[in-house]
Write a protein that binds this ligand. Structure first.
Ligand code: GDP
Length: 374
């Protein structure tokens, strides 16, 4: 099969933007069709093979393990958890970076330039995304094949689109677990991208060592819809598109963000957030951003904050997991599901207050837990 322009297609095994097989869904009405699909997508590897493959840096096995992490099927969930458990001791030896900014600020152009700079220096870079609004079929923030094409074809980079739409908590958890697998596979720089428009920045901030906010100069409102809270989370603000006619504006914006950041209370890390400019498209100053990150890492490893933050993150992941599992156990309980609409009706007819309705449903659930114990 030849391409009429004589451009070879990227090797499917090596290309990071290979479209992943869809996550298998519960059986459909057409039994025969679903049997065929299931047979084709049946787990091919044992847990030992998955773990061995990941630790050997086998990208194809890594991709398939991530697909299990993202799967909604309970059987896949169990296998994925076993793989993660075994990979955990090999994870953590990396720097985790969060990158955010409004759509159009140049995140993918920046990550491509930055990622290439790092792979040229011998690093292995994994790029993950958190975009709870995305659906793989509709193209997520990293699902568009034209994004980061050069990096996608770099054997030392691995790009994975956001898990498909779901609750932010669920999407974030899957991204964290994916990160563990990538780290165990030897990726030492993990970049987690998110769109700077909602709550997902907080989720990303809670799982990275360094948080970078990309901004534009002179785009009307200085804060560009980026809330003060997000600026406060940033370890660095980088003003992108500092090139051509925009160069002077970017330099002025740098000074104004610098003085804005001075008004924030000192960070627990002992690090004063830094502001710089860059041109992702001209690959200008991308090296400075990396130097800044190295400086941050050296400083916070020295003063103990780096480890402390990771420990705090582990604790909050534990608490988040408990929250999510309690919630899902409650909503999946058959008796709760059965009573829910009846109690809702009573609430809407004003026979019950919201608190009474909630208490009734919780009572049903707790009674069921007790029965199960006995
Ligand atoms: P994202 O939505 O934040 O991922 O932004 P993109 O990386 O897709 O970039 C949005 C647009 O800005 C594209 O047309 C890029 O070519 C352009 N762009 C990105 N970085 C730069 C830059 O450093 N300078 C200039 N002049 N344009 C840029």
């Amino acid at each position: 099969m030849s391409d009429k322009h004589n451009h070879p297609l990227p090797d499917q095994e090596e290309s990071n933007l290979k479209v992943q097989g869809a996550i298998p869904q519960p059986p459909s009405v057409n039994k025969n069709a679903s049997m065929r699909i299931r047979r084709k997508r049946r787990t091919l590897f044992s847990i030992d093979e998955y773990v061995g493959g990941i630790l050997n840096g086998n990208r194809s096995i890594l991709s398939q393990a991530i697909t299990l992490v993202e799967s909604l099927l309970p059987a896949h969930h169990k296998t994925a958890q076993d793989i993660i458990e075994r990979c955990l001791p090999h994870a953590g030896n990396c720097i985790r970076l969060g990158i955010t900014g409004v759509p159009g600020v140049g995140k993918s152009t920046f990550i491509e330039a930055f990622g290439k700079y790092l792979t040229d220096k011998g690093h292995k870079v994994a790029v993950l995304a958190i975009d709870p609004s995305s659906q793989r079929t509709k193209g997520s923030i990293l699902g568009d094949k034209t994004r980061m094409e050069e990096l996608a074809n770099d054997p030392n980079a691995f790009i994975r689109p956001s898990p498909s739409a779901g609750s932010l908590g669920g999407v974030a958890q899957k991204t964290r677990e994916t990160s563990i697998l990538c780290e165990a596979a030897g990726f030492d720089v993990i970049i987690i991208e998110t769109v700077g428009v909602g709550q997902s920045e907080t989720a990303v901030h809670s799982m990275v060592d360094f948080f970078l906010l990309l901004m534009l100069a002179g785009a009307g409102d200085e804060l560009q819809g980026i809330k003060r809270g997000i600026m406060e989370m940033a370890d660095s603000i980088v003003i992108n598109k500092a090139d051509g006619d925009n160069y002077n504006k970017a330099t002025l914006a740098k000074a104004s963000y610098q003085s804005a950041l001075h008004l924030f209370p000192p960070a627990e890390s002992g690090w004063t957030p830094k502001v710089d400019t860059c041109s992702a498209i001209e690959k200008n100053n991308v090296d400075k951003v990396w130097e800044m990150i190295l400086e941050y890492t050296a400083k916070t490893k020295d003063n103990g904050y780096f480890e402390l933050k990771r420990k705090q993150q582990s604790k909050s992941i534990m608490l988040d997991t408990i929250d999510q599992q309690l919630k899902s156990a409650f909503y999946q309980d058959s008796q709760v599901q059965k009573e829910m609409s009846f109690i809702e009706e009573n609430l809407l007819d004003e026979n019950l207050s919201s608190y009474q309705a909630a208490a009734k449903l919780l009572d049903i659930y707790f009674q069921r837990c007790k029965l199960r114990e006995d």
